[in-house]
Design a binder for this molecule. Structure first.
Ligand SMILES: NC(=O)c1ccc[n+]([C@@H]2O[C@H](COP(=O)([O-])OP(=O)(O)OC[C@H]3O[C@@H](n4cnc5c(N)ncnc54)[C@H](OP(=O)(O)O)[C@@H]3O)[C@@H](O)[C@H]2O)c1
Length: 346
């Protein structure tokens, strides 16, 4: 049986505080390139790996009080996440050699997977860059789609604020909101990202939150009449400043709170009583709960991409050795657009 070297990204130990590149180590093992017939498994070659902020929570020690740690990684073992892969050998009747798919895989060159509906998706539109299935056409795309259309209850003319707006999810939310005829403002952490928001993604306005001394005033400047919809990606001080600027009956889609993921003690939110006075609806959601809508999402988004009405920016790291730096870089805003890793281009 043919075997190959299989490089893997292994978690050294549980992480507290900011994750460092050295918390993840590259090790090598070997893998058989064949799986037993009827095993319902497939041996896949991983082409692209997706760097996603939730993975930081999986580096924490499991804590019964924190559902975010329910699926913590195991120290000494390869971490896992979303990726784009090619089937090398299959013991599963629905998969055959050469099939392309995106879904849950190990952070390694080759993975043996047990394909699960709504966690592994066959790729049929192969005329797009396959890397899009880590972002625009994958989990972050689904997140933007359900988060905006299902959770925000948007309508034409709404004022919409998006934080971490140039990232994998935020850049799409802004474009969806513009397509609906909303007034859209984004925040991001550098001039380069602010320029992207205004000049590439079509946001009406944008600001660099790192250069604003007073976030409340910055939002008041951008939204003199208040915010109808906040697509929440960061939490912390930004959330507090937004609540003060929300309009009555505003909606907050709590997609994520990346500013809190590396903190030992999460920051408090002080303006919560305004939720009642302003009749604000704040709703958390998890894209996994909506994966049965994936084909509906493709039917919606594919024509817009083909017509050039939706665009997408990726930040591509080269080689599995670059994966640790790419992943921890998310928490320092190093990525410009969707961060992914090319393990093998084909
Ligand atoms: N609910 C779900 O199902 C779901 C699914 C996917 C993602 N999410 C969440 O959606 C959010 C965005 O994810 P993404 O994949 O699109 O990531 P991303 O925006 O592509 O990358 C993360 C970005 O967050 C910003 N950031 C990092 N630390 C920050 C801090 N302390 N304060 C403010 N901003 C900070 C950085 O941009 P700047 O340079 O602008 O600071 C960084 O580039 C995350 O909270 C993630 O957990 C939720």
């Amino acid at each position: 049986m043919e075997t190959m070297i299989n490089k893997q990204v292994v978690l050294r130990d549980y992480v507290t505080g900011f994750a460092n590149e050295s918390d993840l180590v590259i090790t090598s093992t070997t893998v058989d390139l064949r799986v037993p017939k009827g095993s319902m498994t497939a041996l896949v070659k991983n082409l692209y790996l997706s760097c996603d902020p939730y993975m930081r929570n999986r580096m924490r020690k499991p804590d019964p009080l924190s559902p975010a740690t329910a699926q913590s990684f195991t120290p000494g073992k390869p971490i896992s996440g979303f990726g784009v892969s090619k089937v090398i050998d299959s013991g599963h009747s629905d998969y055959e050699e050469g099939d392309l798919l995106w879904g849950a895989v190990g952070w390694e060159e080759y993975s043996v997977i047990t394909p699960i509906p709504n966690l592994h998706f066959k790729i049929h539109h192969t005329d797009f860059p396959l890397s899009y299935y880590t972002g625009l056409l994958g989990m972050p795309g689904m997140t933007a789609y359900v988060g905006f259309y299902e959770i925000c209850s948007p309508k034409k003319g709404d004022t919409v604020f998006v934080s971490a707006a140039s990232g994998a999810v935020g850049q799409l939310v802004g474009q969806f909101a513009k397509m609906m005829g909303c007034y859209v403002v984004g925040s991001a952490g550098s001039k380069e990202k602010v320029d992207l928001l205004k000049n590439k993604f079509g946001f009406d306005d944008a600001f660099n939150y790192k250069e604003e001394h007073n976030l409340i005033a910055a939002l008041k400047r951008c939204f003199p009449e208040g915010i109808d919809i906040y697509f929440e990606n960061v939490g912390g001080k930004m959330l507090d400043a937004v609540i003060l600027n929300m309009r009555p009956h505003g909606r907050i889609a709590a997609c994520g709170m990346i500013s809190q993921y590396n903190l030992k003690n999460p920051e408090g939110i002080y303006g919560l009583s305004l939720i009642t006075y302003k009749r604000i609806r704040i709703e958390g959601f998890n894209c996994f709960d909506y994966f049965d809508k994936y084909s509906e999402f493709l039917e919606f988004v594919v024509p817009y991409i083909r017509e050039g009405k939706i665009t997408y920016v990726e930040d591509v790291a080269d080689g599995i050795e670059s994966a640790p730096a790419a992943l921890v870089g998310l928490f320092h805003g190093k990525n410009v657009g969707k961060q992914l890793v090319v393990v093998s281009p084909s």
